[in-house]
Design a protein around this ligand. Structure first.
Ligand SMILES: *Cc1c(COP(=O)(O)O)cnc(C)c1O
Ligand code: SF4
Length: 453
C-alpha cells in the first residue's frame, strides 16, 4: 500500500513566493530527480505519457513527493505515469512506435488507443448538454441533476498538474472534438434565468482556479450582475489547494481571486469550494494550511472529495486521518468516489465490495463531524450510486445500493439490491438480486430516447 512523504522535512518555508514551473514529457528528462530512474523506467513513463496526459510542477515535485521511495509514494503515483496504466497490448503498441520515433505515427497510435479507453463515460456528451430556449446548444455546460449546472469555462480546461487517474483526460490530450468549454458567462446566466430549478452552478474543468483572477472575476460578475434569485450557490471544483496553494497566497493576482470570493459571499450567495484532496500528504505543507485559512476567511466553505484509488489511497486508516485533518482545518468531508469506467480504471479501480469495506473501516474511526462524507459513489449514467454495504436476504448474499443523485429525482434514496459480486467494479457489472431489471432501467431508457430523439 502506498505511503508517502509524510515524514519528510518541508523543503520550502511558509513565506516562499515561488513561480510555477511545469514538468511535461518535453522536459521530463531535465527534472533532476529523474536521475534516480533507469533509462528503461524513463522510457516506460514516456510510453504512457504519450497516451495519457502528464504534467507535474515544482511544488508537487519538491514538496509532496518523497523521491527516496517512489515505488510506494502516493503523490508520485498520482502525478507521474505508471507502466500499468496502459494495458499490456496498448503499452507494447506505443513502445514500438515510440522507438521508431515517427511523430505522425506516434500521434495516430495514441489516438487509436485513446478511443479504446471509453473517453466519454456516463453519456456526458449526448445526454447532459443543455439548450437555450432559442435553440442554442451549450457545449460548455452539463445539466444532469435538476439543481446543479456544470460550467466549463474555456480558459479553465487545464490544471496546475494532472492526476494520473483523471476521467477528464481526453480534454488534456488535444483530442479537440472531445473538448467542451465555453467562452460566454452570458449564456450561462441566461440558462440559469430560464431554469428556476437551478440553485447551484459548479465551475469545473480542468481546474477553473487555473484562470487568471481577472477572467474568473468576469465570469462571476456576469452571474452576480444578472440578479438571479434562484441561484443560491456557486461551487468551484478545484485541486489548486493541493497542486498550487500559492494561487491564493503569493501569486500576483491572489488577492484579486480572494476579493472575487468575498464579492460572491457579500451578494448573499453560498460559495462552496469543492476541493479535491487524494491523500493526507497534500494537507501537510504550511502553504496548503495557509491557503485553506485564506479561503475560509472570505466566507467560503470548503468541501472535500476524492476517488478511492489503488496505488494511491486504498487505505482506510489514511482516509480516517485525512477526513479528521480536513475537519481540523475547517473543511467538510463530502464525497468518496469510485474510479470511473474510463482511461486507466483497470489500474486504479477498487472493486465495490472492497471500496465499501475501506469506507466503513475509515468512517468508524472518525467523529460525527467527519461523517458528513458520503460514498463510495459511482457517477454513472442514471445518477450517483452509493454502495451501502453487503447484506444477507434469506439465503442470498446481496449488495445494497442507493442513489445520492438521480437523473429522475424520484430515484434518490430508494434502496436497491444486486447479486453479490466481489469483483464488480462499476454499475454495469451488477445484476439485480430479485428482479429482471433494476428499478430505474425503464425510466432511464425513456429519458435517453427523449434526449436523443
Ligand atoms: C456530482 C454532480 C453534481 C452535484 O451533485 P451534488 O450531490 O449536489 O453534489 C452535479 N452534476 C453532476 C453531473 C455531478 O456528477
Ligand atoms: S485536478 Fe481534477 S481535472 Fe485536473 S487532472 Fe486532477 S482530477 Fe483531473
Amino acid at each position: 500500500m502506498a505511503q508517502s512523504a509524510q515524514n519528510q522535512e518541508s523543503v520550502w518555508s511558509v513565506d516562499e513566493s515561488p513561480s510555477i514551473r511545469s514538468y511535461t514529457l518535453a522536459n521530463l528528462r531535465k527534472l533532476p530527480q529523474i536521475e534516480k530512474f533507469s533509462e528503461e523506467q524513463i522510457f516506460e513513463m514516456e510510453v504512457v505519457g504519450n497516451v495519457l496526459p502528464f504534467k507535474a510542477n515544482n511544488y508537487v515535485v519538491e514538496q509532496l513527493i518523497d523521491w527516496d521511495n517512489t515505488q510506494n509514494d502516493s503523490i508520485f503515483a498520482l502525478t507521474f505515469p505508471q507502466k500499468g496504466m496502459l494495458k499490456p497490448e496498448h503499452f507494447d503498441q506505443m513502445a514500438e512506435v515510440l522507438k521508431r520515433g515517427d511523430r505522425k505515427e506516434i500521434q495516430e497510435t495514441a489516438n487509436t488507443i485513446r478511443l479504446q479507453l471509453n473517453p466519454h463515460p456516463a453519456g456526458q456528451m449526448e445526454l447532459n448538454v443543455p439548450t437555450l430556449k432559442d435553440g442554442t446548444k451549450l457545449y460548455g455546460m452539463q445539466h444532469k441533476y435538476n439543481e446543479t449546472v456544470l460550467f466549463f469555462p474555456s480558459q479553465g480546461q487545464t490544471c496546475h498538474a494532472y492526476c494520473t487517474f483523471c476521467f477528464r483526460w481526453p480534454q488534456f490530450v488535444g483530442m479537440d472534438e472531445m473538448k467542451f468549454a465555453m467562452q460566454e458567462g452570458e449564456a450561462l446566466a441566461q440558462y440559469v434565468k430560464e431554469h428556476p430549478e437551478v440553485s447551484d452552478i459548479l465551475f469545473t474543468g480542468g481546474d477553473p482556479m487555473i484562470m487568471k483572477a481577472s477572467l474568473f472575476a468576469a465570469y462571476i460578475d456576469k452571474l452576480l450582475d444578472a440578479d438571479l434569485p434562484n441561484l443560491k450557490t456557486i461551487r468551484i471544483g478545484t485541486k489548486a489547494l493541493s497542486y498550487w496553494p500559492y494561487k491564493v497566497l503569493t501569486d500576483k493576482d491572489a488577492d484579486e481571486t480572494l476579493d472575487t470570493f468575498r464579492r460572491i459571499v457579500s451578494k448573499g450567495k453560498h460559495l462552496a469550494i469543492m476541493a479535491h484532496f487524494n491523500h493526507l500528504v497534500e494537507l501537510k505543507t504550511g502553504s496548503v494550511k495557509q491557503a485553506i485559512k485564506k479561503m475560509r476567511e472570505t466566507g467560503a466553505q470548503i468541501r472535500t472529495q476524492s476517488p478511492l484509488l489503488t496505488h494511491i489511497n486504498d487505505d482506510a486508516n489514511m482516509w480516517a486521518q485525512m477526513w479528521q485533518k480536513q475537519v481540523d482545518l475547517g473543511c467538510i468531508p463530502y464525497y468518496m468516489f469510485v474510479v470511473r469506467d474510463t482511461g486507466a480504471q483497470h489500474y486504479f479501480g477498487v472493486p465495490l465490495v472492497r471500496a465499501h469495506e475501506i469506507f466503513r473501516n475509515a468512517i468508524k474511526q472518525v467523529s460525527g463531524l467527519a461523517r458528513t462524507v458520503r460514498g463510495p459513489s459511482m457517477s454513472a449514467t442514471p445518477g450517483k450510486v452509493q454502495i451501502d454495504g453487503v447484506a444477507q436476504v434469506n439465503d442470498q448474499k446481496v449488495m445494497v445500493f442507493r442513489m445520492l443523485q438521480g437523473r429522475d429525482p424520484e430515484w434518490v434514496n430508494k434502496p436497491f439490491f444486486a447479486k453479490y459480486d466481489e469483483n464488480a467494479i462499476w454499475l454495469d457489472d451488477l445484476k439485480p438480486a430479485f428482479e429482471e431489471k433494476f428499478f430505474f432501467e425503464d425510466g432511464l431508457k425513456a429519458i435517453k430516447e427523449k434526449k436523443l430523439a
